[in-house]
Ligand binder design. Sequence first.
Ligand SMILES: Nc1ncnc2c1ncn2[C@@H]1O[C@H](COP(=O)(O)OP(=O)(O)OP(=O)(O)O)[C@@H](O)[C@H]1O
Length: 728
Amino acid sequence: MSAFEELGVLPEIIKAVEDLDWLLPTPVQAETIPLVLGGGDAIVSAETGSGKTGAFCLPLVQVCYETLQGKFLQVTKHTESRTDDKAASIWFKHDYNLSVDRDRGELENKLPNRWQGARASRGANSGQWFFQVEVLSDGLCRVGWATENGSLDLGTDSEGFGYGGTGKKSHKREFLNYGEPYGEGDVIGCFIDFDKSKIFFSKNEKVFETAFEIPTSLQKCAFYPSICLKKCRVRVNFGPIPSKNLLKSYRMITESCLNIENDASSSSNDSSRRKKSRREPLALILEPSRELALQVKEEIEKFSKYLNPKIRCACLVGGEKISQNIQALESGVEVVCGTLGRIQECLDGGHLGLASLRFLVLDEADSFLHQDQMDPILRLCRHIEEKSLVGGVQVLFFSATLHSPAIHELSQKIQQSPMIVDMKGRDYVPEEVEHSVFFVSPDQTDVVNVDASVLTDGVHDHRVQNSPEEWSSQRIKQMKPVLVRKLIDSFSMEQALIFVRTQLDADNLHQYLRNVSMKNNSGFGRDDRYSSVVLHGGISARERKNNLQTFRSGEARFLICTDVAARGIDIVGLPYLINVTLPDNVETYVHRVGRVGRSERLGLAISLVGTKPEKVWFHRCSSRGRNNQCKNRKLLSEGGCTMWYNEMEIWNQIQKQLGLKVAELDSTLQLPVEHRKHFGYQSKELEAIAAIQNKVDQLKPITSSLLELEDEVQKNFLLLSHRFSMYR
Ligand SMILES: Nc1ncnc2c1ncn2[C@@H]1O[C@H](COP(=O)(O)OP(=O)(O)OP(=O)(O)O)[C@@H](O)[C@H]1O
């Protein structure tokens, strides 16, 4: 049995995983896959490069596949039992962990820690109606009536009215004493009287007083039988079995003429605009960047390689034609992954239906905590809850940095009792990443000669001459690109990811490296030692995609990027990373350096830290700094668009919070001897070989002197024995 099989992964998916040479699940996959397959919400935090994408994509692909095959309906056929056509089609909507035996009219939820509900398709909006529920096992049960918009978790919103086994009536999450407790063996009657606008219940033969007055706002609505269970099994009688009802004027609900079509797309206005035949997505994955969304889509396609039917995934990201997204959605997909803005656009346009959704994944969840992202997310969740025809959408958070209180606040709003998987504790950085620093001091002329071809960000003007602070800042900015070139040379870097603060900084560094290439005649494409491409929000989606591909393929050696690439981007075997400017928070440092040291490879992250503050752009103006339009060099506090950026402070904070062991580069930009790796930053295996080779080299002189010594001893021995024999 393969290790993935033990986690409950299907053989067809394991075959695809084996094609990727994944022989064992990573620890976070081993923890998370069974949990997601088991149906709970989760917050999963594990270091960068630990395989989190597989931890959610694998079970998600599996559940989508099983859903396509109809397994999750869990409809059991019992030929010996009575079958009534009306009863068989009566369950319209239910949570997916609820088993529905349509023939027997039985419902069961085996989960001990999660309510699962169902609502009938047959309801009423006038007259007097009832249905009965027989409790078949121990456990918790709530029965009653709800409108079409009511939550499947009966009695927790304004449109559902329930009566629970603990002897409480519930509405809007208010639980008040009512009737009597009930349990296994009891038969509960659920009555609704539209003439008197009341709902009440009975236990066995005993009828209780009115439980609820139907509010005026709902008096024109249709009400449907509703049931909600926790580790409990019940049999529901809508009419096929003669009832012992004492209130003869009440009719069983199967005689009702109101019937919601068992077709998700016919029940709401916006969905009627969509094509009926198409499949609505079962999973929605939110990603913070286009690149990451595309990467996840590719991963899902790899995992579903051997599945039939295939799992289709649409990637909805800004910068691409929306008509293509609409076309993909119209043709039907099981998974949607994308960025928030474009997803919202498709939703608002009525192109994306979420009524069948089972999974909502917030990958890099903490990147959505800014207010301008939080509001749309909460709106999205409300939309899902309102439209859901399955209920109980599983909400999953993933990231390497999920320890802030804000994450738990968000979780409380959109998750239900999530399981926490925390592999390494707060903001852990993988052991495979080595951290090093070079302190850039403005008067270090021995190390760096300022190069006239360096372009800086234009923050400083003539005042540089008069202000020592501005001079230092400008000087550090002029030194850093030269240092990048020197680092490339000093480590003989074949490839590296280079992080800068702004789009302008990225473009300037790219231009500088091009100038260096030209000056040194260092060739083209792969032959160019300094070939680089940029990745930032200021270039088109197509350019970003092409540039990333050019870098992945090795065509360009250096990818100069802003923090759009800080999270999630997976480039196998990348050995080096340079932080030309530090990010302004520890979390982003964790994500940035996590681009190296992945898949058991070692990586070196080098930070160039200015010893004096740098004055940098921080555009609050309407131009947001686009096309260098803004020239307002005043500080933010003076109504301008610049600020002082103190890297020493940030560096101390990063070091302290992460408890980093950092190697300081010497003036030749080399690591201290004890940190130097024999084979550079490659695989652990090569590292081990290098270590052995090192030892062999160290032992060589000792073994040769031992050999010489032994030679000597042998000779002496022979000499002595010869003399001894002569004396005898
Ligand atoms: N079980 C496995 N066996 C071997 N390699 C794996 C396994 N799972 C994932 N990988 C590989 O490990 C690398 C990192 O995986 P992934 O991108 O999922 O990491 P992550 O935890 O999401 O990182 P980040 O936090 O940076 O987004 C990928 O190249 C992936 O193919």
